[in-house]
Design a protein around this ligand. Structure first.
Ligand SMILES: [Fe+2]
Ligand SMILES: [Fe+2]
Length: 189
């Protein structure tokens, strides 16, 4: 039987976990491995957000909150990824964002595999799950072959959100400072 969307998503999760292991074990290869991780995580996330989460939310509205939360977790992880990419792979600042990223993605994957994927299996017939597998894979391929862009949001997007949140002095801030300021505003709200 062809691998359906659930099988494809699960295989990607194991692939990303294997990359964590390789980043730990081969520090000399970190720049390439972090770039590979970012590309794969972003492609997987966009494909889920466009081809999987909305289908589930429509079919089973009680899952709406769960999939919205899932997309938020993707964006949080991408913000940590952009900090990891900016960090010196041999420096003391690599480990902090790396541990944070492993924690965030591990938590997200656990939730997805225990909540979202079982709900998907219940809501849709095997034929539709197989078809979604093809759509998921195509969407991922499109992201992976597209122009490379850094993980996370662009500075412009961050500036817009900072304005919405009322962050003072935003025009003088770096991307990292904007991310932190937005986060602080949100947690204070
Ligand atoms: Fe996933
Ligand atoms: Fe996800």
């Amino acid at each position: 039987m062809a691998v359906d969307v659930i099988g494809l998503i699960t295989a990607d999760h194991r692939d990303i976990e294997a990359l964590f292991e390789r980043i730990r074990e081969t520090p000399e290869n970190r720049p390439a491995l972090v770039a590979e991780l970012a590309a794969k995580f972003v492609a997987h996330s966009r494909a889920e957000e466009e081809k999987v989460y909305p289908v589930l939310a429509k079919k089973d509205p009680s899952e709406k909150k769960e999939v919205h939360h899932g997309a938020e977790e993707h964006h949080e992880a991408e913000e940590i990824l952009s900090r990891l990419i900016a960090a010196d792979p041999d420096g003391p600042d690599f480990d902090g964002p790396f541990q944070e990223l492993v924690g965030a993605i591990t938590h997200h994957v656990e939730e997805e595999e225990s909540e979202v994927l079982p709900a998907l299996a219940k809501a849709l017939p095997p034929r539709r799950l197989a078809e979604m597998g093809r759509e998921f894979s195509e969407r991922k391929a499109r992201e992976l072959s597209g122009p490379t862009r850094p993980a996370g949001r662009s500075k412009e997007e961050l500036l817009q959100e900072a304005e919405k949140e009322g962050v003072q002095g935003r025009s003088q801030m770096t991307k990292e400072q904007l991310i932190t300021a937005i986060k602080e505003k949100k947690s204070a709200a």
